[in-house]
Design a protein around this ligand. Structure first.
Ligand code: SF4
Length: 347
């Protein structure tokens, strides 16, 4: 069988991408998203007013410590929340169409076909008793209505594309290495030729060499397939290497967002500064590694004002009284911190 290039596979897309009324508009526009989880003691406001956009062909990194709402944001985009999770406000516009009010049946039109996700921990995400190639062929058959033969052929092409040798076509998940399984997950996410792929910690469980290979693969696929990418990770170096823009989340909200080079070179939000300071640098003195004292707030009953106030070295009286507004700075960085008041207000 002939190996197809990524561009050839892209050219075989079964349907045109939906057209945006305004061709310069972003593919994805998330506005004031609120996703909460019901617990016995109340609603956990895991994502609480998050807004961002994603342009065609762009790569956006979502960063922040565990529990900040990165994965919940991703699961909200594809509407794959656990049973106690609910989107309680905001909109998720894909090609100008709001997915939030869509029924589960209507979502089948969009999930995997227009926006797909690579889950963390491939061993848990793959079905252990089904051959990997068959798992990739299934959405092609079910979602695209392709024949068994065509689905299997495309699954083989996709496995080629992500670097899994043809001789492993009949393999079960446990017969593949961790890196191979993650490649298979990427192939599965690409099965229906989506415009947007979300990678939720796609390299977390892998050693550094395999991690580098997977990142290289994602970057190559993004370029060759014209994909837009949302990469969720707590590893800032992954975002630095792979993404155009970074969105830093803290306690369910956006702390800072902007072009990767600007945010990493000159972080404005005190949390982003601490997060970057806490990241190991092989060239730096180990004694300069920062820790962020304290814990994130309880999101069942979050504090009034800035949610980072209890851990912030620059906290001011206003911080514990008023939510910091999101302000767009001149260099395109968006920050939510009272140190950066809206223009016209006193600093
Ligand atoms: Fe710190 Fe206040 Fe800014 Fe929050 S709003 S990050 S507490 S300075």
């Amino acid at each position: 069988m002939t190996t197809l290039s990524a561009a050839e596979i892209r050219g075989r897309r079964q349907w045109p991408l939906p057209k945006l009324a305004d061709p310069t508009a972003p593919l994805l526009e998330v506005r004031d998203l609120k996703t909460h989880f019901r617990l016995e003691r109340g609603w956990v406001r895991a994502v609480d007013g998050v807004s961002f956009s994603l342009a065609d062909g762009e790569a956006l990194g979502l960063a922040g410590e565990s529990g900040c709402g990165k994965t919940t944001t991703a699961l909200s985009l594809v509407r794959l929340l656990p049973s106690n999770g609910r989107i309680r406000g905001g909109s998720v516009e894909l090609f100008g169409i709001d997915l939030v009010p869509k029924s589960e049946r209507a979502m089948l039109r969009y999930r995997w076909r227009e926006i797909s996700i690579v889950f963390q921990g491939a061993m848990n995400a793959l079905n252990p008793v089904t051959r990997v190639a068959d798992q990739i062929a299934e959405p092609i058959r079910q979602r695209l209505g392709q024949s068994d033969k065509t689905s299997k052929r495309r699954a083989a092409e996709l496995l080629d594309l992500v670097g899994i040798p043809r001789k492993r076509l009949g393999a079960y998940p446990h017969e593949l290495s961790g890196g191979m399984r993650q490649r298979a997950m990427i192939a599965m996410a690409l099965a229906c030729d989506p415009a947007i792929v979300i990678g939720d910690e796609p390299t977390t469980a892998l050693d550094v060499m395999v991690q580098a290979q997977i990142l290289l693969l994602l970057e190559q696929l993004r370029r060759d397939l014209g994909l837009s990418l949302i990469l969720i990770t707590h590893d800032l170096s992954v975002i630095a290497e792979t993404c155009d823009r970074v969105l830093v989340m803290y306690a369910g909200r956006v702390a800072e967002e902007g072009p990767v080079d600007r945010v990493f070179r000159e972080p404005r939000h005190p949390y982003t500064q601490k997060l970057l300071g806490a990241f190991p640098n092989i060239h730096a003195d180990r004694r300069t590694l920062e820790v962020i004292p304290g814990q994130p707030p309880d999101l069942v009953d979050p504090p009034v004002g800035c949610r980072f106030a209890a851990r912030c070295p620059f906290v001011m009286p206003v911080c514990t009284e008023v939510d910091p507004p999101e302000v767009r700075l001149e260099d395109g960085v968006r920050v939510a911190c009272h140190l950066f008041p809206p223009s016209g207000d006193a600093a």
